[in-house]
Design a protein around this ligand. Structure first.
Ligand code: ADP
Ligand code: MG
Length: 488
């Protein structure tokens, strides 16, 4: 199929489109708080004016591998735990203040040989870029904690459909520009809420108990709170399940436990699922570390189902991602996978190297200095803004003690196609080349102790785009925006 060009609108038509778009965003919660906000005023989230083209087949492949990826990671956590723990112990040496501390909590709560709550919930997101020449999807990273934008993704799909059906994409105002199936809407709000409801259901011995609640652990002054709120609204509306929001610092004073069950102190509502939308980065524990780390410990010791459990969170480390690109390891973790599925999964990997003193590490050290323009260097961090790109790699490594290089991985850069879409941020429209990253959500409920899987599902998708001139794509950080797919 050939690709439709982006709609061509006159300046007047574009300004009418922008007005409607802004009204839709504010009317439907496609919003974010600005920096230094007061509670009563939000802005339109940074988004694209039009959906961005994506080959139908590439999208399908990304959807098809999601459940296999979900299973790969939870099998690692539940069935090859000893191996994972050995690797995490190594990692902790490089990163004692964060990975090390999380790992210490894991050891403390399992000191009697068991996790307090074997049931475990994963709400994951696997991120890809499309390789320019082959249209193959190539994985950027697999996220196991605090995956965001499932809320706003549904909204941006609805917005683009609204603009299309209202005729704003048609220069004659009379026709739809895209056919219905060309711009699908991600059902991630409801699917992620369904994941949390699954957690609540299994916590209550497979019954639909509406008296237990979900605790959202959030960052203070969260500018992206509406993304999370949409999931909370769906959880209440579709499942009758209430939710609470507390920061790590508030946990100590606002929750209580009784026989290891976790309760919200003010109401004595019992918490079935602790959903972390904070706690994935050292920054989250920087302010008042004693209290925030103790809060984490309180939650981990409790019987509430954690989304994710500490081991599941740590299985998303960049170092583990590097190890999981090896075929023999994937085969071991997925003993019953079909050859076809294995091939699909393996085809999403680009080369990722360790930078330690193994043979492979030595090759990578050479590559990093000889052809840095082909690579991105990643530390063990989540949340954007931490990577070192291309020509900056050699001088960065030179400044480090060589014994610390092992904490990094070296990843081949993916070269996606670029498009001339338009981005709106606040009131300003930018007309630049953009590149996009597709995220596919998954939800999985499993038993961490014996590896049994109760639910394993796809949970919608997200397209994020950024100026092709920028290396990183953080939306809240101001580098990127939320987009939607136009399938061709
Ligand atoms: P984080 O945990 O900080 O989100 P990522 O691995 O997702 O780290 O990297 C952040 C961003 O850097 C990605 O969203 C993407 O824009 C860019 N990036 C990362 N790896 C690659 C790669 N291999 N090729 C091209 N861009 C990449
Ligand atoms: Mg990322």
């Amino acid at each position: 199929m050939s690709i439709k060009e982006f709609p061509e609108l006159s300046a007047e038509q574009e300004s009418e489109l922008v007005e409607s778009l802004l009204h839709w965003c504010l009317g439907n919660g496609l919003v974010m708080y600005p920096p230094n906000f007061s509670n009563c005023s939000a802005n339109n989230a940074p988004i694209t004016l039009f959906p961005t083209p994506m080959p139908r087949n590439s999208f399908k492949n990304a959807e098809d591998v999601q459940k296999i990826f979900n299973e790969l990671y939870i099998n690692l956590v539940s069935k090859e735990r000893e191996w994972l723990i050995k690797e995490l112990r190594e990692l902790s040496k490089y990163d004692s203040d964060f990975t090390g501390k999380l790992f210490e909590i894991y050891e403390e709560v399992t000191s009697n040989g068991q996790v307090p709550q074997p049931l475990s919930l994963g709400l994951f997101r696997s991120d890809y870029m499309i390789h320019n020449e082959t249209n193959e999807i190539k994985q950027i990273e697999f996220n196991t904690v605090s995956v965001s934008f499932g809320g706003l993704s549904t909204k941006v799909g609805e917005l683009h459909n609204y603009l299309n059906s209202s005729g704003f994409y048609d220069s004659k105002y009379s026709n739809v520009y895209y056919e219905g199936q060309e711009i699908p809407i991600s059902n991630s709000i409801n699917e992620l809420a369904q994941g949390l409801a699954d957690g609540n259901y299994f916590y209550n011995n497979q019954s639909e108990n509406k008296d237990t609640v979900v605790l959202f652990v959030v960052q203070p002054q969260e500018r992206n709170c509406f993304d999370q709120r949409h999931i909370e609204f769906s959880l209440l509306k579709n499942h009758g399940i209430k939710s609470y929001r507390l920061t790590l610092e508030e946990i100590e004073s606002k929750v209580t436990t009784n026989s290891n069950k976790l309760y919200i102190k003010s109401t004595m509502d019992e918490v079935s699922v602790v959903y972390y939308r904070a706690g994935y980065s050292p920054d989250d524990y920087e302010h008042n570390p004693q209290s925030t780390w103790n809060s984490r410990l309180i939650l981990e010791k409790s019987l509430a189902i954690k989304c994710p459990s500490i081991l599941t969170q740590l299985s998303g480390a960049k170092k583990i991602q590097q190890l999981l690109t090896k075929k023999e390891i994937v085969e071991k973790l997925l003993p019953t996978v079909s050859q076809e599925d294995l091939k699909k999964l393996m085809s999403t990997f680009v080369s990722i190297y360790p930078l330690d003193d193994s043979e492979e590490g030595k090759i990578a050290q050479k590559l990093a200095f000889e052809v840095p323009e082909r690579f991105v260097l990643k530390p063990q961090r989540e949340g954007g803004g931490n990577n070192i790109y291309k020509e900056e790699i050699p001088s960065f490594l030179e400044k480090l003690d060589k014994s610390d290089w092992g904490a990094y991985i070296l990843m081949e850069l993916i070269n996606p196609p670029s498009y001339k879409n338009k981005i709106i941020r606040n009131n300003e429209v930018y007309n630049e080349n953009i590149i996009s990253e597709l995220g596919v959500f998954g939800s999985i409920l499993f038993n961490e102790a014996n590896g049994e899987i109760y639910t394993n599902k796809n949970a919608g998708w997200l397209l994020r785009s950024k100026f092709s001139s920028s290396n990183e794509g953080g939306v809240a950080a101001g580098f990127g925006c939320v987009d939607n797919i136009y399938l061709y």
